[in-house]
Design a binder for this molecule. Structure first.
Ligand code: FES
Length: 379
């Protein structure tokens, strides 16, 4: 008889995320970077990154994302793109667009970059400036979105939604149409890093989400035949779900992230966990992925306590997100409190309730910058 809860075979990491740097000209209060990013000043060299790409590709990785921080601050970005492309990766640049120029875009195109995603904070200059902590950011993003389109890239715009901008979702979609975006990601903020620190001031109410869903539905119907947006993706926050997300498609299943200084992680948030993760400077990726303690820690089902252990949905959601379980319960082994079967689900209910009453304005959010990072870690 087949054991339906046998641990799945470990396949190669299909997705490699290269977090090239924590440096960033913006200060978004919903950034998922770690709170102590300012203490991490080391960055892998060009050669070290290319060696990571080579090892990942040899293991079977196919997609490589360049992110950060702001990856554009790395002067060697064209070289890294070219190396990744030569190795046969599908390459994706995840950027705020700040620091981008038409010349750089052309250089990236020459290097073989496949895909660019530009993130916006809002649909208008004032709110965008308040959220990004930069007055010039909006016009620069508009100009670069047009330049990306002019170069023939698939135009992907990403808007992180929260309680301060979700009510302008119709104007956000209009902006995306006006910029002739092919794909639009309307992603309600997920609560990691700085977003978790600012959660009370960012989580939308259930009513705000319901209204936004209505607007998205209307636009989808309107655009179904017009073909002026290829894809309108709306991601709602898991805080209003009763079952958790199958985070990262499973721990150490498809995703491998490398931090600026070379720590290898099974997700972008795992460095906060009380688990020792290996460095690409000390071990090869093959060892890291298949044999390191950190990558094996939550693979399969044997580590699960109840209620996940006997849950019929564990093969679908893997007990949810380890990082969220750690942040909300203090123990990463626990069921993700988003799950209504979790004994800690009350923390989610309390957050939903708080969203109905909070008075926290944008100016009271803690912005992601080096000064705040150092302040938090002093105290
Ligand atoms: Fe780390 Fe979900 S973000 S497991």
């Amino acid at each position: 008889m087949t054991d339906i809860t046998a641990a799945p075979a470990v396949n190669p990491p299909l997705w490699l995320l290269a977090e090239l740097t924590y440096r960033c000209p913006l200060q978004c209060p919903y950034c998922s970077n770690p709170l102590d990013f300012a203490a991490q000043e080391q960055e892998l060299t060009t050669e070290q990154w290319i060696d990571v790409f080579r090892q990942a590709r040899a293991m079977g990785s196919v997609q490589l994302g360049f992110s950060g921080g702001e990856p554009l601050v790395r002067k060697d970005l064209p070289e890294l793109i070219a190396a990744a492309r030569d190795l046969g990766f599908y390459t994706n640049l995840i950027t705020s667009g700040i620091g981008l120029t038409e010349k750089k875009l052309q250089t990236f195109a020459d290097a073989g970059l496949d895909h660019i995603q530009i993130s916006f904070q809002a649909s208008d200059e004032t709110l965008n400036a308040a959220l990004a902590g930069s007055a010039k950011a909006f016009q620069q993003k508009l100009a670069m979105a047009k330049a990306v389109k002019a170069l023939g890239y698939p135009m992907v715009l990403n808007f992180v939604l929260h309680r301060h901008n979700i009510d302008q979702i119709d104007r956000i979609i209009e902006l995306a149409i006006q910029l002739e975006a092919d794909d639009v990601e309307l992603a309600t903020c997920q609560f990691y890093g700085w977003a978790q620190l600012n959660r009370e001031g960012l989580l939308p109410t259930r009513e705000q989400i319901a209204r936004a869903e209505e607007v998205v539905k209307r636009y989808r119907e309107k655009m179904r035949d017009s073909g002026n947006l290829a894809n309108l993706l709306f991601v709602t926050p898991d805080y209003y779900e009763e079952r958790p997300k199958g985070c990262m498609g499973g721990w150490g299943a498809i995703f491998l992230s490398v931090t600026p200084e070379g720590m290898a992680l099974p997700c972008h948030s795992a460095r906060q966990l009380p688990v020792k993760f290996p460095s690409v400077l000390e071990h090869d990726l093959q060892h890291i992925w298949y044999h390191s303690f950190g990558f094996n820690r939550y693979r399969g089902y044997d580590w699960m306590p109840e209620p996940c252990r006997s849950c019929s949905e564990k093969e679908k959601d893997y007990g949810g997100c380890r990082c969220q379980a750690f942040m909300l319960t203090g123990d990463a082994q626990n069921a993700d409190p988003v799950c209504s079967k979790s004994p800690h689900h009350g923390t989610i209910l309390a957050a939903r309730e708080a969203a109905n009453h909070t008075q926290i304005g944008i100016e009271q959010l803690r912005f992601r910058n080096a000064a705040n990072s150092k302040l938090i870690f002093k105290g």
